[in-house]
Design a protein around this ligand. Structure first.
Ligand SMILES: *[C@@H]1O[C@H](CO)[C@@H](O)[C@H](O)[C@H]1NC(C)=O
Ligand SMILES: *[C@@H]1O[C@H](CO)[C@@H](O)[C@H](O)[C@H]1NC(C)=O
Ligand SMILES: *[C@@H]1O[C@H](CO)[C@@H](O)[C@H](O)[C@H]1NC(C)=O
Ligand SMILES: *[C@@H]1O[C@H](CO)[C@@H](O)[C@H](O)[C@H]1NC(C)=O
Ligand SMILES: *[C@@H]1O[C@H](CO)[C@@H](O)[C@H](O)[C@H]1NC(C)=O
Ligand SMILES: *[C@@H]1O[C@H](CO)[C@@H](O)[C@H](O)[C@H]1NC(C)=O
Ligand SMILES: *[C@@H]1O[C@H](CO)[C@@H](O)[C@H](O)[C@H]1NC(C)=O
Length: 854
């Protein structure tokens, strides 16, 4: 270029010469660096690599393989393929020149040029738009961090940060505010989707915080149509997102005089989690699979029709059906708003009040009805002068256009206007809303309630009488059957023993048992099983587990067995199933129910177990008539037995088995009341990789599932420990874990036990029936151990050998259990003692007073 200068005009050329020298320093592709200095440029295939871990890389890339010449400057994960881009600079203007470049100007502005930095005519594609008049001493440099942020900074501080100007991805370490701060012009902070998977230009959807400062996050389409809403912040979580890991992993509100209210997000494992607004408007949380460098969806919203904004219109609540479809119902005291006779079933218009409120007619009294488990509606506001719950209620009563209120100590009083929009009725979780209703509606509510109570009492009584009569008859029939079985048995005993009539085949296998005896897995014919269970008659049914019903069966030899008829959709081939059964049959331990054999015929898959005459633990523990039979000694033995069974499953057996559905009804009791774990290995059989995420099929039982398993489908031996902790609490309290849900303060069993224990009221947890007979010291120690097992973070829970050690020793000191981080609807404002004991775990104390109503 310098060799053949175009003749006139000469002046620009002279200017160009020194420039050429400066820009001549191009970042070399080979030497990986994290810094771009003033005067350097990044071009071609060269990249900046974050240090020290090299998680992220900055450079030019072509997202669309069909258009390889369209280049964008982006940030992506260095070691994950296919390339996962988390930020794009020149989204709206792709480069078309063969080698575009990124430069850092002396005033601190980052620029993407469509051509070489040396070419003064190269079009400017993008700039960071944050600059200073005078360059600081030492100059500026752009640095890519291991968190994924690209920063322009000098010795004086940070001038510009890509985290404040996100594309479509939220990374750990970001702060989410209403507007961007910094030296550049302030603008709404939005996460804007790509147009398509291969086109990073700004798409139709954007996620951001409510500009009216209600503290809610929204997803909008085309800038102003609301698609989704997170719900209000309750001091602990967003009312519409009961996904605990989001808060466990550190989604928290914060406040800054310059920024106003904002949220911080810090994942426990920073680089491995990201939230993305997809081109179709869905917000997805991805995590890296443990086993491979590959992304897996762990959370997604909106994921059913009810999560879309205002699906049911005003004053209606939305219930999600199995298939994700919405079912809309008017709130009590409202009627569907019919536009004309044809729009039956069209809910876009919502519901209207009927009858009117008392305050609208004759000033007669109105009252409130509490609607549980709901995502509070949109458009709430904070009244300025309310001190307590009563004040909040009166504030709503005194304003005729107030339709509902909520009071929580953490956030104070929230009021709503006359139209209540976007309410999602959860199956469980969520919070209550106090809906204003005329006195007449509340009265009729009570009347209906009374009638319903009386009717159901009568029905219950009649049912009980029938049941009693039926039971008496059943007993007689059973006696007769028993006798006839006996006589048959004695007459054919010799034949039975020699020929094993009911067994068509047997599979011998190498033994792995603790007693060293050899066992055979028997294969039964379907007809035999059918005969043994009286054609799977209901009177033989013992119960229904998660994987199919269980029947009592009596083989012709007189042997009593339990027969589990697996439901058909196990998704496994015959050979796989057989192999799995053989593996499971090898698991033999005194605290595991023994698998005797199986039966496979066509669609039918049946497992035959030894029969436990004393049924399951829950039949004793939660039955007022039998509870007393289990004194503390017995209960402690049961706890120890279960622990030993688990130890065998987790550690000592050849397959390391995670049970995944440990609960009271899966603990069977033999004739000496020794506990035996049943249903182990079923998760294997129903197709779960043992050490992987499994979001599609979460087996397990509500109330026993650890947070990481219930929410993310991550399971491990530590999820079993959680279930074991819940089971211990049940054995000690004599109450079902599930009975704690939906109570006044709605803590789960773990939260409730923790609170009592923390307030030194552990004694009150103990089942009154055993309080007299037990050693208080030992029971309290057991509660302590249980609380260690039900801690939120899997890595903090002890493993089973540690649990057994703690159970068996009386003196060793135990670590302090951490409080449940998120006691959903818990009254965190009152747990002052918790913050004394553990500062790091008290959240929900952050004041949100900066947020104002909209
Ligand atoms: C840069 O900031 C100025 C205000 O400081 C604004 O007018 C202009 O539109 C911004 N340019 C870009 C490209 O964002
Ligand atoms: C959204 O904005 C567009 C233009 O900016 C306007 O035409 C449209 O009416 C707006 N829609 C709503 C629902 O406000
Ligand atoms: C974070 O992820 C890395 C890589 O998968 C893993 O080795 C490490 O144990 C994780 N740390 C935590 C705290 O989960
Ligand atoms: C949006 O895209 C994601 C990922 O591609 C997909 O899982 C989700 O089902 C899509 N949602 C809709 C409503 O199409
Ligand atoms: C529902 O009613 C609204 C207004 O009457 C109309 O615009 C809309 O198309 C209807 N939707 C359906 C699915 O019928
Ligand atoms: C107000 O009106 C309602 C029905 O409209 C009636 O039931 C009630 O008795 C009235 N109260 C008074 C104080 O008039
Ligand atoms: C009554 O409620 C309406 C809307 O709900 C609100 O705009 C108004 O300010 C309230 N009036 C008073 C006096 O608080």
């Amino acid at each position: 270029m310098a060799a053949s200068p175009p003749p006139p005009p000469p002046r620009p050329l002279l200017l160009l010469l020194p420039l050429l020298l400066v820009w001549g320093v191009v970042v070399a592709a080979a030497a990986a660096t994290d810094t771009l200095r003033q005067g350097e440029s990044l071009t071609g295939a060269a990249t900046l690599v974050s240090s020290p871990s090299g998680v992220f890389e900055v450079g030019f890339f072509a997202p669309d393989p069909k258009l390889p010449s369209r280049l964008y400057l982006g940030i992506w994960y260095r070691s994950i393929s296919p390339r996962t881009v988390v930020w794009v600079a020149n989204r709206a203007a792709p480069a078309t020149a063969p080698s575009p470049s990124l430069t850092l100007a002396a005033n601190g502005e980052l620029r993407v040029l469509d051509g070489s930095a040396a070419d003064a005519d190269a079009p400017l594609l993008w700039r960071s738009n944050a600059s200073t008049q005078s360059a600081p001493r030492g100059g500026y440099k752009a640095v890519i961090q291991d968190t994924g942020s690209l920063e322009v900074r000098s010795d004086d501080g940070t001038l510009w940060d890509s985290f404040w100007h996100p594309s479509d991805t939220m990374l750990s370490g970001m702060r989410i505010a209403v507007r961007t701060p910094g030296r550049g012009p302030s603008e709404p902070m939005r996460f804007t989707s790509w147009t398509s998977e291969t086109d990073p230009s700004p798409g139709r959807y954007a996620l951001g915080l409510d500009p009216a400062n209600s503290g809610q996050a929204y997803i909008w389409r085309d800038g102003n149509v609301t698609i989704w809403r997170s719900g209000q912040w309750t001091g602990q979580n967003f009312v519409g997102i009961p996904w605990r890991p989001l808060y466990l992993y550190g989604f928290k509100p914060a406040n800054d005089p310059n920024l106003g209210a904002y949220y911080t997000y810090t994942a426990s494992n920073t680089s491995l989690q990201r939230f993305v607004v997809m081109p179709n408007g869905t917000d997805i949380c991805y995590m890296v699979k443990k086993s491979a460098q590959e992304w897996e969806t762990v959370w997604m919203q909106p994921s059913n029709e009810c999560e879309y904004y205002a699906t049911c219109g005003a004053n209606a609540k939305c219930t999600a059906m199995q298939d994700g479809k919405a079912k809309c119902t008017c709130l009590k005291g409202f009627q569907p708003k019919l536009v004309d006779q044809w729009n039956m079933g069209n809910w876009s218009q919502g519901c209207v009040r009927s009858p009117p409120l008392g305050c609208q007619v004759n000033q007669s009294g109105d009252g409130f009805l509490s609607i549980p488990n709901i995502k509070w509606p949109d458009f709430s506001y904070w009244p300025s002068t309310v001190q307590d719950e009563n004040g909040c209620m009166n504030a709503c009563l005194s304003n005729c256009s107030c339709g509902a209120y909520v009071y929580m100590t953490t956030i104070g009083c929230l009021l709503w206007g006359s139209d209540l929009i976007d309410m999602y009725q959860f199956q469980s979780g969520g919070y209550s809303l106090n809906l204003k209703l005329p006195a007449s509606e509340l009265r009729s509510h009570h009347a209906v309630w009374k009638i319903a109570t009386i009717v159901s009492a009568v029905v219950l009584f009649v049912l009980l009488v029938c049941l009693f009569l039926w039971w008496k008859r059943g007993r007689n029939i059973k006696d007769v059957m028993h006798k006839s079985w006996r006589s048959m048995h004695t007459s054919t005993r010799s034949q039975q023993n020699s020929g094993m009539l009911d067994i068509s085949q047997s599979i011998p296998f190498e033994d792995d048992t603790e007693d060293g005896k050899s066992h055979e897995l028997k294969v039964y014919s379907f007809d035999r099983i059918k005969a043994a269970t009286c054609n799977f008659s209901d009177s033989n049914k013992l119960g229904a587990g998660g994987f199919g019903p269980v029947y009592m069966g009596k083989l012709p030899g007189g042997e009593e067995v339990a027969v589990k008829r697996l439901c058909r959709k196990s998704g496994q081939g015959l050979e796989e199933f057989k192999n799995e059964v053989i593996l499971i049959a090898k698991l033999q331990h005194r605290n595991l129910v023994r698998l005797l054999g199986c039966c496979i015929q066509g669609e039918e898959k049946i497992l035959v177990y030894e029969y436990m005459p004393n049924k399951s633990l829950d039949a004793f523990l939660f039955n007022p008539e039998k509870q007393g039979l289990l004194d503390w000694r017995k209960r402690f033995d049961i706890i120890e037995g279960i622990a030993r069974g688990l130890l065998y499953l987790h550690r000592d057996s050849r397959l390391r088995v995670v049970h995944r559905d440990l609960k009271a009804s899966n603990i069977l009791l033999d004739k000496d009341m020794n506990p035996k774990i049943s249903d182990f290995g079923m998760a294997r059989m129903f197709g779960g990789d043992q050490n992987q995420f499994n979001t599609n099929r979460v087996v397990g039982t509500f109330g026993y599932m650890s947070p990481e398993y219930a929410m993310e489908g991550i399971f491990s031996v530590k999820s079993d420990i959680y279930s074991f902790g819940v089971l211990m609490l049940e054995i000690i309290t004599g109450k079902r874990a599930l009975s704690f849900h939906g109570q006044q303060d709605s803590l789960n069993i773990a939260g409730f036990a923790w609170r009592q224990w923390n307030e030194d009221k552990g004694e009150e947890l103990i089942d009154p029936l055993i309080r007299a007979s037990c050693s208080l010291r030992q029971v309290l120690r057991c509660i302590h151990i249980a609380l260690l097992c039900v801690q939120d973070h899997a890595q903090e829970r002890p493993d089973i050998p540690a649990v057994i050690l703690m159970l068996s020793s009386d003196s060793s000191s135990l670590p302090m259990p951490r409080p449940p981080t998120l006691m959903l609807h818990g009254r965190s404002g009152e747990t002052s003692k918790s913050s004394e004991k553990d500062q790091s775990h008290s959240i929900g104390t952050v004041s949100m007073t900066q947020l104002h109503g909209r």
